[in-house]
Design a protein around this ligand. Structure first.
Ligand code: GLU
Length: 438
């Protein structure tokens, strides 16, 4: 009988009953994700009757995270873990520590993980977590305590077969080690596969740290061929110079590109002849930001959007490319290292101006792809060498990109909509095959 309901019935039943937190205002990250889903529904055929699934996270956990501060006081922080979808496998996605983390943001990030994991066809659903905290204001001891208490609080829904966290903005290998240890102490046995992005000594994978940036470069180089852009000699501007932007910058420079501008939380630097990327990476490692780097001019953060370049890589936070600056961007190609950096209005402006956008859900999927390799290695307790990991990563990224490129051509849609068509079809096909229980 359910077979009888066609796509037109998709959004209607129960849609008016959406809980208030799901009716996110159109300007927030969850609202942006909902707009992206609406754009793909017309391409889902009969699976569209399951589309409501995509608009409702499977499970949302909000936790209070109290910790002892070094000064003897007790501080409370708000933490989240959202499992957007688990149809294709366990939840999977990072944990972010940032002072601006909100539920709407974590919900959107968890949904983008579902789409990303399906776009590169790793056997996961999508999840994301976060704590609303500025980790730069915590001592190392406070950082460890907040990580451990948060892990204990979300311990009821995570696990190697349930939901596997990983690093994201402001979280790293050490934090993953504490998460793994806390979960393992609570469950009574060492469970390396509960998180990915761990130190290599603790069951982490070679190549994981560089994987997101390597994926950004790989997809960018593939797309460049399609638009006749030579990477050697091209000019690149990068926003965010951490684990994603820094590694991508290094790989583009090694391929002969000129990294002409870099922006991070410390400011924006520019050098027409190209920045010395290895020296800049060293400077950032030593000082925490690009500001103060000697061999560069300082420009304003707003001028960054006017920089003459061929490739722009937003590799920081959401909603950076908006209707306000999309018309000024000179690049021919944007590679989304960050999650959700471009608003739907900006997408339309860029498409109109013939700027190719390589969407986050494929462009930055290298990280979770090697997270998948890490998880597989942990389960089999057999570890691969770095060449094998990088070769498998490149194969998956190139294959996924080629498929999405073809879907975009066939349907005359943007690469974002094409990636959503591929991914949402995979998610909803599984949804339909599994059916409803009970
Ligand atoms: N935080 C990364 C992302 O946004 C990696 C997630 C993972 O490895 O699970 O894709």
């Amino acid at each position: 009988m359910s077979q009888a309901s066609g796509p037109s019935a998709a959004a209607a039943p129960g849609a008016h009953l959406l809980p208030s937190y799901l009716q996110a205002d159109k300007l927030g990250p969850w609202g942006i994700y909902l707009q992206q889903v609406d754009r793909v529904i017309p391409y889902l055929g009969n699976l569209a009757r399951w589309a409501e699934t995509l608009k409702r996270p499977k499970r949302i956990l909000i936790v209070d995270v109290p910790i002892h501060m070094d000064d003897g006081t007790v501080a409370h922080f708000e933490g989240y873990r959202v499992q957007h979808n688990v149809s294709r496998g366990p939840g999977k996605g990072g944990v972010r520590f940032h002072q601006d983390v909100t539920l709407s943001e974590v919900m959107a990030l968890s949904a983008w993980m579902s789409v990303k994991n399906a776009a590169v066809n790793v056997p996961y659903g999508g999840a994301k977590g976060g704590i609303r905290v500025d980790p730069k204001k915590l001592s190392l001891g406070e950082l460890e305590r907040i990580t451990r208490r948060y892990t204990s609080e979300i311990g009821i829904i995570i696990g190697p077969n349930k939901d596997i966290p990983a690093p994201d903005v402001n979280t790293n290998e050490q934090i993953m080690a504490w998460m793994m240890d806390t979960y393992s102490m609570n469950t009574g046995s060492t469970a390396t596969g509960v998180v990915t992005g761990k130190p290599v000594d603790l069951g982490g994978s070679l190549g994981r740290r560089e994987a997101t940036g390597r994926g950004v470069f790989t997809v960018g180089a593939e797309a460049a061929k399609h638009i006749g852009l030579d990477i050697a000699g091209s000019r690149v501007a990068i926003q965010g110079f951490g684990n994603v932007g820094g590694v991508a910058g290094k790989l583009f420079a090694e391929a002969g590109a000129r990294v002409v501008a870099v922006q991070d939380h410390g400011g924006t630097i520019y050098r027409e002849a190209g920045l010395d990327v290895p020296a800049l990476l060293k400077h950032v490692q030593e000082t925490g930001s690009v500001s103060g780097f000697a061999q560069a001019e300082v420009i304003t953060n707003d001028q960054f959007w006017d920089v003459d370049c061929d490739i722009l890589i937003p590799a920081a936070l959401e909603q950076q490319i908006t209707a306000a600056n999309a018309g000024r961007i000179k690049a021919r190609m944007i590679i989304e290292g960050a999650n959700g950096p471009t608003t739907p209005e900006a997408d339309d402006i860029l498409q109109e101006r013939n700027v190719l956008v390589l969407p986050d859900v494929i462009a930055n999927a290298g990280g979770v792809t090697v997270s998948y390799f890490e998880w597989v290695q942990d389960f089999s307790s057999f570890f691969w060498d770095e060449d094998e990991i990088n070769a498998r990563l490149v194969k998956i990224m190139k294959g996924a990109f080629a498929g999405i490129w073809q879907v975009a051509q066939d349907n005359k849609v943007s690469l974002r909509t094409a990636a959503f068509i591929v991914a949402c079809t995979r998610i909803l096909r599984t949804r339909e095959l599994r059916g409803l229980y009970p």
